[in-house]
Design a protein around this ligand. Structure first.
Ligand SMILES: Nc1nc2c(ncn2[C@@H]2O[C@H](COP(=O)(O)OP(=O)(O)OP(=O)(O)O)[C@@H](O)[C@H]2O)c(=O)[nH]1
Ligand SMILES: [Mg+2]
Length: 302
């Protein structure tokens, strides 16, 4: 007698949605590691990040993408291109919707993009910890009306409700195939880019208005001293106006020191060993429309 076993499944799943829907929070939770930084401001994710979910019978390679929105700068156009490109190339699509927000033109645009693809698509109705069940039902009925989605799963990426059920649905739509990444690889990508994001994250937490949008972090140098288990990082925080620079430096340098303290702790927690961060703040007028600069902060390949 032979025992029938399910074949191994694997594939790339594009995680798309409007800005601030909770895509990165969800990807981080599914992967069980920090793949992308999260903030309460929209447009936090500026280029795609891969996060790999490893299970004995499947491997899901999640592509976290920038939120799809109406772009006002070249940077934003590149971000949206990156997201659309991921959506167009993936073997499955996970559309994350903030259930506590009304549906709008942004959702219609995403529905249209998803509709053009002939691959399985799943909707995660996120932030259900903020909405009552009865309020959720008409939204679910609307989404299921077209019959386009393989599943519509209410979840809370923040507290984990429904996330296992969602992962089950994701597994079901994956094609048969071998693992695409080795087991130890959960967040593929260059350390320097990950460190830059760890610096940007506390800067986003500590600033508001235009500063978070006008901020870019570039790691200029990263040296690892294996013997001392120390990583020395030189990074520049770019903003667009002199006034923003003043805010980021803070009184007597207090703000940039606080950003450095938080970033260092997160680097040490996430990457191990000790970190020494040397941070500079510079003004680069209107860099968000500066083609020559953009390759340093958004995906130049799309
Ligand atoms: N209440 C609640 N808040 C959530 C949930 N998921 C995410 N958030 C919050 O929503 C905000 C945006 O989360 P992100 O994960 O950065 O959203 P995103 O879709 O990746 O956003 P962009 O990268 O800007 O497109 C953060 O403040 C999160 O803490 C959830 O299930 N419930
Ligand atoms: Mg994000």
């Amino acid at each position: 007698m032979t025992t029938e076993r399910d074949p191994f499944r694997s594939g790339m799943i594009a995680v798309v949605g409007r800005p601030n829907a909770g895509k990165s929070t969800l990807v981080n939770r599914l992967v069980g590691e920090k793949v992308a930084i999260v903030s309460d401001k929209p447009q936090t994710t500026r280029k795609r990040w891969l996060g790999v979910v490893h299970r004995p019978d499947f491997q899901a390679v999640l592509i976290d993408t920038p939120g799809i929105h109406r772009p006002e700068h070249r940077m934003n156009a590149a971000m949206v291109r990156d997201a659309v490109d991921a959506l167009e190339g993936a073997e499955a699509i996970l559309w994350v919707i903030d259930a506590s927000e009304r549906a709008g033109p942004g959702d219609a645009r995403i529905a249209e993009l998803v509709g053009r693809r002939d691959v399985p698509a799943i909707v995660a109705l996120n932030k259900v910890d903020r909405v009552s069940k009865p309020a959720l039902l008409p939204r679910m009925a609307n989404l299921s009306a077209g019959g386009r989605f393989a599943a519509i799963v209410p979840i809370s990426a923040a507290n984990g409700d429904g996330v296992e059920a969602l992962l089950d649905e994701l597994r079901r739509v994956l094609p048969e195939g071998p693992p695409l990444f080795p087991l130890e690889d959960t967040v593929p990508g260059a350390l320097a880019e990950k460190v830059a994001e760890q610096i940007r994250e506390p800067a986003l937490e500590l600033t508001r208005d235009e500063v978070p949008f006008s901020l870019a972090v570039v790691v200029e140098d990263l040296r690892k001293d294996e013997e001392k288990d120390l990583t020395v990082v030189e990074a520049t925080l770019y903003v667009e106006r002199e006034g923003q620079k003043g805010i980021l430096v803070g009184k007597g340098g207090a703000m940039i020191r606080e950003i450095g303290t938080r970033a260092r702790a997160r680097c040490e927690e996430r990457f191990g060993g000790r970190f020494f961060l040397e941070l500079r703040v510079r003004t680069r007028e209107d860099w968000r429309d500066d083609e020559g600069f953009l390759a340093r902060v958004v995906n130049p390949e799309v």
